[in-house]
Design a protein around this ligand. Structure first.
Ligand code: ADP
Length: 480
């Protein structure tokens, strides 16, 4: 059953109960009050009648010392006739409670007589032949006799009014319930609108439309729920996008990996086959063996780099505060023998938060790339002689940490290629890169290492003018 219908039904049940109880209480209260009034009137009337009887008994001829039955009947019939609208209903009984006189139509039994004595009045409400009466009984003290006067007062109207009251209230209740139901259906539909919109959004998202969001139509708890749902959907969509990107990157990686394996393996297999199936002269044999060696070396370098990337991705880096001076001293020593480029190191002293060995790997790769890009024969004809072959490795404090940059004045990187070069196996000039034992994995490794340091590689480059690769390290302890 729909929630809105449940809401309407439960409200209707509460409304019906409330109307029912209040109606019953109200009509009954009016009835009780009217009946009490009628009972009071009946008792007053019977007192007046008993007084009138006693007064009439005073006029009995003196010859009687005790009121005779015949006079009782006479007075009773006179009193009976004196009633409004053609007669009262009364009954007279003697001391022994034997009936002396009964009006025609006095249908009540003698149930009240035994309960009544000289000093008490009694009454009850009775039903006789589909009519209701107040039946009263009082004593009369007339001419040395104690008599009992019973009256019946018709109160059917009070009961009819009660029945009418109930019937009217039932009709009013039905009309109010029907009107209430229509109004409640409208209100329930308004109140449950956010739930309907949320359901719609959930279904759309389940069907694959991750960008769909539920419309927020209220500011209450349901509105907050919609807001939270949308925030959750944003987070989910972000994660799904990331996952899709990761899958795409992995597929790209696998494709590039297979391709990069194929080239050296084809050469190795080809030259090995030539060596085993042909008798080659010494020069050709050495050349073939050389090819096998160089391609094998390239494969070895590639596998080491891949291993480094996997380790960098998986291992928890041992980050600690380390002085930049030590890092620069290591690099200076390492590249001291490198005569192909003029590497200049300048740094500002600082202590940074890093895994020194991993940052060394990043800088060695960047400096290697800068040297390769600055080498003569790399298409650098016409470059400034002051900067030709110069590689500047700089470390300086920056606003948000410590910036290390490697600048060269080499061949530069075309703008369209700049965003792609950190992808695994990506090489701008494949044959040139392969000839230098490159496999397009160095920058991918650098990116992974910097990710661990919550940093990233920034590339500024202009084709023919050189490139600057830089990254920022946190100056103090800032591990998660
Ligand atoms: P590789 O092992 O081939 O050097 P990298 O991932 O280190 O792989 O570099 C990817 C490609 O980016 C290189 O093949 C080269 O084309 C380009 N590249 C990297 N550094 C520079 C640079 N300083 N100047 C010009 N091109 C560069």
């Amino acid at each position: 059953m729909k929630f809105s219908i449940k809401l309407v039904l439960s409200t209707m049940i509460v409304l019906a109960l409330a109307l029912g109880f209040s109606g019953f209480y109200f009509v009954n209260y009016v009835f009780e009050t009217s009946l009490d009034r009628e009972v009071g009137q009946a008792l007053d009337e019977s007192s007046i009648l008993s007084f009138a009887f006693e007064t009439a008994a005073l006029n009995v001829p003196l010859k009687y010392s005790v009121l005779p039955d015949s006079v009782v009947e006479e007075i009773a019939s006179k009193l009976e006739m004196g009633g409004q609208g053609g007669g009262r209903l009364l009954r007279i009984a003697d001391e022994e409670k034997n009936i002396l006189y009964t009006s025609s139509g006095f249908t009540s039994d003698e149930g009240l007589l035994p309960q009544t004595d000289q000093h008490t009045k009694s009454y009850r409400v009775i039903r006789a032949q589909d009519r209701f009466y107040v039946h009263t009984c009082v004593s009369i003290n007339a001419l040395n006799r104690i008599l009992y006067l019973e009256t019946m007062k018709d109160v059917t109207e009070v009961f009819t009014e009660r029945a009418l009251g109930f019937s009217l209230y039932r009709k009013v209740t039905v009309v109010m319930l029907l009107t209430g139901m229509v109004v409640m259906l409208f209100i329930a539909s308004l109140l449950t609108k956010p739930i309907r919109l949320l359901t719609q959004a959930t279904r759309k998202m389940a069907a694959g439309d991750y960008a769909y969001r539920a419309r927020q139509v209220s500011r209450d708890e349901l509105g907050q729920l919609t807001g939270d749902f949308n925030r959750m959907a944003n987070a989910l969509e972000e994660n799904i996008c990331k996952l899709e990107e990761e899958i795409e990157a992995r597929e790209e990686f696998m494709g590039a990996f297979a391709h990069e394996l194929k080239t050296p393996l084809t050469a190795i297999i080809g030259y090995a086959d030539m060596l085993r199936s042909h008798k080659l002269d010494e020069e050709k044999s050495i050349m073939s063996a050389n090819y096998i060696y160089t391609e094998g070396k390239r494969l070895e370098t590639m596998s080491f780099r891949l291993l480094d990337i996997i380790v960098a991705k998986q291992e928890e880096a041992q980050m600690q505060e380390a002085p930049v001076g030590e890092l620069f001293a290591y690099l200076r020593e390492m590249f001291a023998e490198k005569k192909e480029a003029d590497i200049r190191f300048v740094h500002e002293e600082a202590v940074v938060w890093m895994e020194a060995n991993l940052i060394k790997t990043v800088l060695v790769n960047l400096i290697d790339n800068a040297c390769k890009a600055s080498e003569t024969g790399a298409g650098l004809e016409g470059t400034d002689s002051d900067t030709a072959g110069v590689v500047e490795v700089t470390g300086q404090k920056a606003e948000n940490g410590y910036r290390i940059s490697v600048r060269d004045y080499g061949i530069g990187i075309p703008e369209a290629e700049q965003s792609k070069i950190i992808k695994a196996f990506y090489m701008v000039d494949k044959s040139r890169a392969r000839s230098k034992n490159g496999a397009g994995l160095g920058l991918a490794l650098c990116a992974e290492i910097l990710k661990i340091h919550h940093s990233e590689l920034q590339i500024e480059s202009k084709e023919g003018e050189g490139s600057c690769f830089s990254f920022i390290l946190a100056p103090c302890r800032c591990k998660d």
